[in-house]
Unconditional design. Structure first.
Lengths: 120, 892
């Protein structure tokens, strides 16, 4: 049952959709990266606020691939070994724009509402 | 399509792709993960960690790879096999734990699915796929319908010239063929047997599009003049007469005096025209050239070109027929049109409405079975609330819970489908045995086939969805805290849900009572029918239809020359009491004549049935005489023009007069095959009424005349035996052949069997179907009332606990629950009685000896239903009354 608990947290946690967006943005900003590289980047940017197991990037990667927003190809890692590199597609960039706008709008609204409450 | 929709669709497509590809491990991913772990470890080493710790640290930081793989797999497949397997095992385990529930559900659904499967098989085989021929749904036959004729009347037989005209000049058929029937006398070693032949025109087998099972079908050469005579045999006849012996192929048989070679045997479902043998015949316009076979009575069948409507076809054929009417004006009535009808429509027409009505009733039964099981599941779900809450708390998603319950439902439905198919298989066997003859086309084979089984499977899956989804959604929707919190359940039943459940029970009761009333009426009617006196004694009578070779028995004298020694021989046999000759197989008579009575001036046509009989006839069948006398030997020997009439004749035509000594003229005899000159007959006796048109219609006026006066009509031999008549078959046959080996016997059997088959099979089928469905309805009602009460008392356990704590007695609780149930039953019964009265009206025409609102039937069926429902109420009520208030309150 323990696995089920963890699984539920992954499912319910807000991270699911957000993580997809973060991975997409990372790939857009930094070009082709492998899973390790994406994990490093997110670690850096979130300044250790978001502590995640690095395996969690692989599920979003598959989901984004299925949607056709990113593409993958084999390349050589820093150790000169075979590694899979991901990059955004045209459709992915369009999606990123749309989602970013959406995110900003919603966070803006939530921010305003929260400020309003604080003032009262 | 909006973008979230599109993206969901893409996700689904990906899942579907993965599902179709089948589950396979992802080697690329493990390479990827390996590399990731290596890079992470390298990084830790670079930060100063010892190499041996770095690998473990990398794994820790990376997380749970198995879990991630499962997440990814779920993205790539519709169902994960192991989860499904887990659910399945779990479902089987839980169902095993609650065996009672499982058995009741499976039995309920199985009954519903079985009934639906059986009826659907009949519909599939009789209505949807009755004919195995090419483009069968476009096969039609034309009919000349006169302006004066009522609905389904019209000429369906054509001359060769008419057929050729239609065949050559129509624009609406892509194939057309004509069939004529004939009687075939076929000589065996011992004597002669009778077969029916269908003479078919060139291209007939190409038209039907069925290859032969063995040998070949008729080919173009076979129709040419001078070609060696050949024929093709039907499968059923092959089995019946030759035991399926393949060596008879290419042997020569003498059919109606012509040696013909058997070139092919058709597959089982080929039964065109219900014939035994198929003989090639090329039609020509020259009537004299038509060598053998049926003269001017060809049945024409065409296959409509795709896209041609009935109206177009009728218009096209009417143009041709109008041209023909100018050449043969005597054959065409005034203001006629050509109508076309689908083949089989005349056979199954009467049956079609009944079948669809029964299907509707069965679908309703199935729906009710579903709602019953849904109720049972709801009741169970309530009891399992804690389990679900615990599962949810432990992290089972809602989807997973719904799936778990749906798997349980599917397991139930599939078990029910298996049971249902078995029931249908048995039921169909019984149904086929109970079907009256000539009700379905000869080509129909009623049985389960793959299509029927596929439909059953779909229906079962659908039922699982119907009865499983609502409870599954309802129980998974619950707030996790709700069952753990201390709220009473008395209020949580949901008002709308209760309304729905109550309505279902009311509907069930009403429907079941309607069916029971129908069954009751049919049963009483059937019993009454069995008590109707036929006017004759059918026991210890053997009868057979004789076919005399036409070339040797043309005149009355010739026929008498055969029958006189035959009857004498039969009477001398041990075990035979008496023997007679007749022109109809009792208890039916179809020969009708116009007639007049001397001294009477009728205001309309006077018609009566007539039969040619020998003097023994009335004695053999034990027909009573009301007045006058029967025929004497002298009457028959001298071919005196005397007649015996029945009581119906006197009632209708000579109600106030003494019929004895009156003279009647049978005008029909003047134009019959063996015409009688000056057909005036003196009435010498009045016999009691004998059933002559079936049991549900009144007895027609009938008269009997000596068989030596005219030879027209069938030749029937009736033998009264002192032993079991069924054992007389061989003796009679040998005696007939000893008299003339060229005479064939047909429709041989006991009069009792004939009566059972012809008179009682129809009503018995109605009564059987109604009773079966009534019983299924009753079972469903019992389960339905029980399940709803069981559910609502479970919900009310808390309330009952409080009531009992406040001093309510067990009897009060018992009464409360039973009252709740019986109130619903009472409402349903009121509706059911009303519907039963309407049903009685509808089937009123088929009822004999009982009115549509027979109070005894209404009372008995209502009582039966009420008693059954009371038992169904008692069980949950008893359980509720045993509630321990302390436990109920604490538990809640």
């Amino acid at each position: 049952m323990a696995t089920e608990t963890e699984h539920a947290h992954r499912e319910i946690g807000a991270a699911a959709g957000t993580l997809d967006l973060m991975v997409l943005k990372t790939l857009y900003a930094l070009g082709p990266l492998h899973g390790f590289g994406i994990a490093r980047r997110i670690e850096q940017v979130s300044r250790d606020v978001l502590q995640l197991n690095e395996d969690t990037v692989y599920t979003p990667l598959l989901r984004l691939q299925q949607q056709g927003w990113i593409a993958a190809e084999w390349g050589a890692s820093e150790r000169n070994r075979k590694a899979k590199f991901y990059c955004t597609t045209k459709r992915g960039r369009k999606q990123l724009e749309a989602q970013t706008r959406n995110w900003e709008r919603i966070s803006g609204v939530i921010g305003r509402v929260l400020r309003l409450e604080a003032e009262e | 399509m909006s973008s979230p929709q599109r993206s969901r669709l893409r996700a689904f497509a990906a899942k579907l792709r993965g599902f179709l590809r089948g589950h396979q491990p992802d080697p690329e991913l493990s390479d990827e993960v390996q590399e990731h772990l290596q890079l992470l470890a390298d990084r830790f080493v670079a930060q100063g960690m010892p190499r041996e710790d770095a690998a473990a640290a990398a794994r820790r930081q990376f997380g749970n790879a198995t879990l991630m793989q499962r997440d990814r797999r779920e993205l790539q497949t519709l169902l994960s096999i192991e989860a499904l397997w887990q659910d399945l095992r779990y479902a089987l385990r839980t169902l095993w734990r609650s065996r009672g529930f499982a058995v009741v559900s499976i039995a309920t659904l199985g009954l519903g699915i079985g009934a639906a499967t059986a009826i659907f098989s009949v519909i599939d085989n009789v209505l949807l796929e009755a004919f195995p021929y090419q483009g069968a749904e476009r096969l039609v036959f034309p009919r000349i319908h006169g302006g004066q004729q009522s609905g389904e009347e019209g000429r369906q037989g054509y001359t060769a010239a008419e057929f050729l005209e239609f065949a050559e000049n129509n624009h609406v058929f892509d194939g057309i063929t004509a069939t004529g029937e004939d009687l075939i006398l076929y000589k065996t070693g011992e004597g002669t047997e009778q077969l029916y032949s269908a003479h078919v025109t060139p291209g007939a087998f190409e038209f039907f599009g069925m290859p032969a099972l063995r040998g070949r079908v008729l080919e173009p050469n076979d129709y040419e003049p001078g070609a060696p005579p050949v024929f093709v045999l039907r499968y059923k006849t092959w089995m019946q007469w030759f035991g399926g012996d393949p060596s008879i192929l290419n042997k020569t048989f003498v059919l109606n005096g012509i040696p013909r070679t058997l070139v092919g045997i058709m597959p089982p479902r080929f039964g065109w025209y219900d014939a035994d043998v198929y003989i090639p015949e090329k039609l020509t316009r020259d009537a004299k050239a038509a060598s053998s076979g049926p003269a001017a009575n060809w049945f024409v069948v065409g296959r409509l070109k795709p896209g041609v409507s009935s109206q177009q076809a009728e218009a096209d054929l009417t143009v041709i027929a109008q041209r023909l009417a100018k050449i043969y004006p005597q054959d065409y009535p005034a203001h006629f049109t050509v109508q076309i009808r689908k083949i089989g429509s005349t056979v199954v027409g009467r049956f079609e409405a009944t079948l669809y009505t029964v299907l509707a009733a069965v679908a309703l039964l199935l729906l009710i079975a579903c709602s019953n099981v849904a109720n049972l599941m709801l009741a169970r779900a309530t009891a399992r609330e804690k389990e679900f809450a615990l599962r949810a708390v432990l992290g089972a998603g809602r989807k997973r819970l719904v799936r778990l319950l749906m798997v349980e439902s599917l397991v139930l439905a599939m078990a029910a489908a298996t049971l249902g198919v078995l029931l249908a298989w048995g039921g169909l066997k019984a149904l086929v045995a109970a079907l009256p003859p000539d009700l379905i086309p000869a080509e129909s084979v009623i049985g389960l086939n793959t299509r029927v089984l596929a439909v059953t499977l779909c229906v079962a899956a659908l039922t699982a969805l119907i009865f499983g989804l609502v409870p599954a959604l309802q129980s998974s929707r619950r707030d996790l805290n709700d069952p753990l919190r201390d709220t009473g359940k008395g209020v949580s039943g949901g008002f709308r849900g209760r309304r729905l459940r109550d309505a279902v029970v009311v509907l069930e009761v009403a429907l079941s009572l309607t069916l029971l009333i129908g069954a009751g009426l049919m049963m009483r009617s059937f019993v009454a029918l069995r008590e109707v006196h036929l006017g004759l004694r059918p026991d210890h009578v053997f009868q057979t239809l004789l076919s005399l070779p036409a070339e040797r028995y043309k005149t009355t004298q010739q026929a008498t020359g055969f029958f006189r020694p035959l009857l004498a021989r039969l009477k001398a046999l041990p075990g035979v009491e008496d023997a007679a000759r007749s022109s109809a197989l009792p208890p039916y008579n179809y020969a009708e004549t116009n007639m007049e009575v001397a001294g009477e001036t009728p205001d309309q046509d006077w018609r009566a049935l007539f039969q040619n009989v020998s003097q023994e006839y009335f004695r053999v069948l034990r027909i009573e005489f009301k007045k006058g006398r029967a025929f004497t030997e002298a009457d028959i020997n001298d071919a005196r023009k005397v007649a015996v009439v029945n009581e119906a004749f006197v009632r209708r035509y000579l109600p106030t007069k003494d019929p004895i000594g009156r003279r009647v003229r049978l005008t029909g005899l003047e134009t019959s095959a063996d015409p009688a000159r000056d057909p005036w007959f003196e009435i010498v006796g009045v016999a009691a009424d004998v059933t002559n048109q079936g049991l549900q219609v009144p007895i027609e006026p009938e008269l009997w005349i000596p068989c030596t006066v005219t030879n027209s009509g069938p030749q029937v031999l009736i033998v009264r035996t002192s032993q079991d008549p069924a054992t007389m078959m061989n003796v009679v046959r040998q005696t007939v052949w000893a008299t003339d080996p060229g005479v064939a016997l047909a429709y041989s059997g006991t009069l009792e069997d004939h009566v059972n088959e012809r008179l009682y099979a129809g009503p018995r089928l109605g009564f059987l179907l109604m009773t079966i469905f009534g019983c299924i309805g009753l079972i469903l009602v019992t389960v339905g009332v029980y399940s709803v009460l069981a559910y609502s008392t479970t919900l009310k356990t808390h309330e009952i606990g409080i009531r009992m704590a406040l001093g309510a007695e067990r009897a009060d609780v018992l009464g409360m629950v039973v009252r709740t149930g019986l109130r619903l039953v009472a409402v349903g019964m009121a509706i059911g009685i009303a519907m039963g009265l309407v049903l009685g009206r509808i089937i009123g025409a088929q009822l004999v000896g009982v009115t549509a609102y027979d109070p005894a039937t209404l009372a008995a069926t209502s009582l039966l239903l009420a008693a059954t429902s009371a038992v169904a109420c008692w069980i949950p009520a008893g359980r509720a009354a045993r509630v321990d208030p302390m436990v109920a309150l604490r538990y809640q």
